[in-house]
Design a protein around this ligand. Structure first.
Ligand SMILES: *[C@@H]1O[C@H](CO)[C@@H](O)[C@H](O)[C@H]1NC(C)=O
Length: 255
């Protein structure tokens, strides 16, 4: 039996049997990202029941609203980001083997406000201007494990998610912080029917002051929209081995 396995493996290396390594790139479709917000329940205008605004930015922000400390009236607000690539599972077969998966996000920039560079975006929940990327802002990316509707989801109805997380490292610049994160371990578990519910992004420590703002799925500049690059193997027999993969022809599928 062992001998047989070895022989099959060697034959596979020597003669391509039709297995293919495919490189695909998926841009987040409009409407497939959003920020959900919360503030302490005693605050006026608590956004915990508000669905995401369809803006050009996905904001991860934990900040004070006033200059007051957290213990005082309504100083603190916090967001998380939901992001999906629904088309991925329209393309990648359920029994494909993921070889690599990389999430690329494009950091927002700055504009000059009274001589200072601030994030050029501030939404209705956060009227304070903040640098686009600030503070000890490591971000956990986990796999969402429940279906939800981006148009109606809120902080209070947010889906559950599962780690261990992929991590966006703390930013090394305040603006235009572009990142590429290895999300293979998350995408590995997104191919079965009903399991591609995307990603949840949240600060590793959800306390102020920190911000991490990326262009969203809705930004007008297509090249800035979130990108998921996946390299995967489709096997003739559904039994590709590591040896086969190295020999297989690569097919590029550009979005
Ligand atoms: C982020 O991930 C780390 C490591 O798994 C964990 O210790 C931390 O609690 C996570 N943060 C949140 C807010 O879930």
């Amino acid at each position: 039996m062992l001998l047989l396995v070895v022989i099959v493996s060697i034959l596979s290396i020597g003669s391509l049997n039709g297995d293919a390594v495919i490189q695909a790139a998926f841009r987040a479709c409009p409407g497939s990202s959003g920020s959900i917000w919360t503030r302490p329940s005693y605050c006026p205008a608590d956004p915990s029941n508000n669905p995401p605004q369809q803006t050009e930015i996905m904001d991860l922000i934990a900040w004070t609203w006033n200059t007051a400390p957290k213990e005082q009236a309504c100083p603190f607000g916090l967001s998380r980001v939901l992001l999906r690539f629904d088309q991925m599972t329209d393309v990648i077969p359920q029994d494909a083997i993921i070889r690599s998966a990389t999430l690329k996000l494009f950091g927002v920039g700055s504009q000059q406000v009274n001589g200072y560079a601030f994030s050029y975006f501030a939404n209705s929940y956060l009227n304070a201007y903040a640098p686009a990327h600030y503070g000890p802002n490591r971000v956990n990316i986990t796999r969402v494990t429940q279906a939800y509707d981006m148009a109606t989801v809120t902080w209070n109805t947010q889906p559950s998610s599962q780690g261990p997380p992929a991590v966006i490292p703390e930013s090394n610049m305040q603006f235009y912080y572009n990142i590429a994160v290895d999300v293979k371990s998350l995408v590995d578990n997104m191919l079965a029917p009903g399991t591609n519910n995307g990603f949840l992004l949240q600060f590793e420590v959800e306390d102020y002051y920190r911000s991490m703002n990326f262009f969203s799925s809705n930004t007008k500049d297509d090249s800035k929209r979130p990108l998921l690059e996946v390299e995967y193997i489709v096997s003739c027999k559904g039994s590709a081995t590591k040896d086969v993969l190295l020999e297989a022809p690569i097919v590029n599928v550009k979005n």
